[in-house]
Ligand binder design. Structure first.
Ligand SMILES: Cc1cc2nc3c(=O)[nH]c(=O)nc-3n(C[C@H](O)[C@H](O)[C@H](O)COP(=O)(O)O)c2cc1C
Length: 182
């Protein structure tokens, strides 16, 4: 089972990216995560799309389409989705063959504040739901007060690692279930 990891922060020291990397170690047996980059996508423009989808966007669309599932880790910006992540979702959302169709997705968020990105996750669910992606309903993982959970560029909080392991363990049967439904 091949999972595509997407991080909603472009920051070099992104803690969402650190947590996504930790997920590579926390996957259940039979699941593998490959993290892609959304840093090289131009801003979505329908004229550019119509003239020929740029290479990085074509690559991302193919990666999402090929993956058995997509795991998104993102901070919250101004109570909602970060611009780079929304841009990536938009590039992959245009027909023909929009990449999110029937795609199993799991989400989590990391923020320095105590709420852990509660608002961004519900906006992501709304956006991806109308694209016919199947977003795992539970468990929900909100990693708040991030300063206390990461040390020297590593996710060191054991409880948080367990939450992520539970999310991935729940994602596996969700993907299998969605396969049957196709
Ligand atoms: C433009 C901007 C808006 C932000 N808005 C919020 C917000 O609404 N809620 C929140 O919890 N954190 C907010 N933050 C803080 C981010 O959650 C924080 O920078 C986060 O750690 C970035 O994630 P990263 O470490 O993966 O880069 C905002 C940060 C930026 C740069």
């Amino acid at each position: 089972m091949e999972i595509l990891g997407i991080c909603g922060s472009l920051r070099k020291g992104s803690l969402n990216m650190v947590a996504l990397r930790a997920c590579e170690e926390l996957v259940p047996q039979g699941m593998k995560i490959r993290i892609t980059s959304i840093a090289d996508l131009p801003l979505f423009n329908q004229d550019v799309f119509d003239a020929g989808i740029p290479e990085p966007c074509k690559r991302l669309r193919g990666e999402i389409a090929q993956a058995d599932g997509v795991l998104i880790a993102s901070p919250e910006y101004n109570f909602s989705v970060t611009a780079p992540l929304k841009n990536a979702i938009d590039w992959a959302s245009r027909p023909p063959n929009q990449s999110w169709q029937d795609k199993p997705v799991a989400l989590f968020s990391v923020t320095p504040g105590p709420l852990g990105g509660a608002r961004v996750q519900y906006d992501l669910r709304r956006i991806l739901g109308q694209l016919w992606a199947h977003v795992l309903p539970r468990p929900e993982v909100f990693i708040g007060s991030s300063a206390t959970k990461f040390t020297d560029g590593k996710l060191t909080d054991e409880t948080t690692r367990k939450f992520l392991a539970d999310l991935l363990a729940g994602f596996k049967p969700w993907i299998e279930r969605m396969r049957v439904r196709k």
